[in-house]
Design a protein. Structure first.
Length: 516
């Protein structure tokens, strides 16, 4: 296993590529242009110098509200280089959610792109201590708040900057993960975590090389996307292709045909959407040597259809924000469609009963994992940290069974969280919104399987005077869409007289799922 020096800063992954003579090699490509490792290094150093000029100190947080872009790479690595802590978050959220991130992390600066800037500006309104750095901005917003232009900062602070003298166990970056009540948790990762994922999954499963070109439909603010399109390619001096905006099937296919990636990373929902795209079978995906799926279980039928249509193999696996990337995976040499595969070299897993005892082979148990890419702790979540981390082991919240050949098969969540299109959804959060509707007396939300994929279903008990109808269903769906994130609404609604309950009156969600 990799041994890092005691004093280590992950931004030196760029220095290493320059030392290997890759200064003029293209590191990043997109529809807007391309950038070499030398050009990227220069901008990373300039951004680090700019943060220092703004009075940002070591371990202070920098919120990144950015779609995939050159700015993301520059801000993420630049912040780490000067010792600050980048905190990438979803750029498609509401202003009140950004306000929570800013308050929870004590961020001293926020970097936003054109799409997210209005909502970020609203979240920052009233603060005199947070710097706003914009990739692009509108003059209307500039009149209201002092907006620093990233382009101007980079130009004004050109020049190399040695990396901060950080310890390999120092805080490097955070990623936010959804909680069971809907409140996000700050997942704290250390300087050595990225190299660990590169020397385990990337090395042994992907077998990534300098000649590879990566393309991930999952965005960089996700742990999955961050590894796919930043950590792994930069570790070996490969190239990454990124796609700005919504990853529609047509945009994905066009990107593959234009930039010819060799490693393609996506999620089951998008694999299925691409297969259903008219004319997809005639598109040229011949550059891809390997496909990867994660974030939700990949149905065996989608695996088979993809292989028949495009001739390439998808390696499904399971990872998490807390472990930073995939720790159980299929490989080209050991593959079972429908399973999550076997433990990745460098990780250990155990299946335990609720009491903490090992379960017999073939029986389902709670999945625990051990590996040195695990989070250090949850920020401001001491009790959650204590319950999730026991020594070197992390409690994943997933239930699995393992077969005689050592392949792991997903059996569902240990709690009631739902993963839809690769994103965690709290049923409680949806229920709290639905019950505010005047027609709803009581509601229970679960995840159900539709064509092998997870979808959200609400079971609703109506108040007196209301009757089930398609119009009411649409109204309830729009009610959720206007108050929650776009994907947090029930695609299916059933109206019932009562729920299955325990003797104490608790709703038995598993019976609702079984009857769905």
């Amino acid at each position: 296993m990799l041994e890092l020096p005691e004093r280590y800063n992950i931004s030196t992954v760029l220095d290493r590529n320059l030392e290997r003579g890759l200064e003029n090699k293209v590191a990043l490509r997109c529809a807007e242009g391309k950038w070499t490792y030398g050009e990227l290094f220069a901008q990373v150093c300039a951004f680090a110098r700019a943060l220092k000029s703004l009075g940002i100190h070591r371990e202070e947080r920098i919120l990144l509200v950015l779609d995939d872009s050159l700015a993301f790479y520059v801000a993420f690595l630049g912040a780490i280089r000067m010792g600050a802590v980048p905190v990438p978050v979803n750029p498609f959220l509401r202003s009140e959610e950004y306000r929570f991130f800013l308050e929870d992390s004590y961020a001293r600066a926020v970097v936003a792109d054109e799409g997210s800037l209005p909502r970020v500006a609203e979240a920052v309104q009233g603060s005199k201590t947070i710097h706003i750095i914009a990739c692009e901005s509108s003059k209307a917003i500039e009149r209201e708040l002092e907006i620093l232009q990233m382009e101007n900062l980079l130009e004004a602070h050109r020049g190399d900057l040695p990396p901060a003298d950080t310890h390999r166990d120092d805080m490097a970056f955070w990623l936010y993960s959804s909680g069971s009540t809907g409140r996000p948790k700050g997942v704290v990762h250390l300087q050595h975590d990225i190299p660990y994922t590169c020397e385990t999954y990337a090395k042994h499963v992907l077998e990534i090389q300098e000649e590879d070109v990566t393309f991930s439909t999952s965005k960089l603010f996700h742990a999955y996307g961050l590894g796919n399109n930043l950590s792994f390619p930069f570790w070996v001096g490969a190239s990454a292709v990124f796609l700005k905006g919504r990853p529609t099937p047509d945009a994905i296919l066009g990107t593959i045909e234009r930039f010819r990636p060799t490693l393609f990373f996506s999620v089951p929902t998008l694999y299925n959407a691409i297969l259903n795209q008219p004319g997809a079978k005639n598109r040229d995906l011949s550059s891809i040597r390997l496909c990867v799926s994660a974030a939700e279980p990949l149905p065996a039928e989608i695996w088979r259809r993809w292989k028949e249509t495009f001739g390439s193999v998808i390696l499904d696996g399971i990872g998490s924000t807390e472990m930073l990337h995939i720790y159980i995976s299929n490989t080209t040499k050991a593959l079972r469609p429908g399973s999550s595969g076997r433990p990745v070299p460098g990780y250990e897993v155990e299946l335990r009963s609720p009491e903490g005892n090992p379960v017999p082979q073939g029986e389902a148990g709670d999945l625990w994992v051990k590996g040195d890419s695990a989070l250090a702790f949850y920020w401001h979540q001491h009790q959650k940290t204590k319950s999730s981390l026991q020594g070197e082991w992390f409690y994943t919240g997933d239930r699995y069974r393992v077969d005689e050949e050592g392949f792991y098969w997903y059996e569902g969540r240990s709690d009631d969280m739902i993963k839809v299109k690769g994103l965690w959804v709290s049923p409680i959060e949806i229920e709290n919104v639905l019950v505010e509707h005047p027609a709803v007396r009581e509601v229970a939300v679960v995840g159900i399987q539709v064509e092998g994929l997870t979808r959200i279903k609400a079971f609703v008990i109506l108040r007196e005077g209301y009757t089930p109808s398609e119009e009411l269903t649409l109204e309830l769906q729009n009610w959720c869409k206007s108050r929650l994130r776009p994907y947090q609404y029930p695609e299916f609604v059933s109206y019932v007289e009562d729920f299955p309950r325990t003797a104490t009156g608790k709703v038995q969600r598993f019976r609702l799922r079984e009857g769905a």
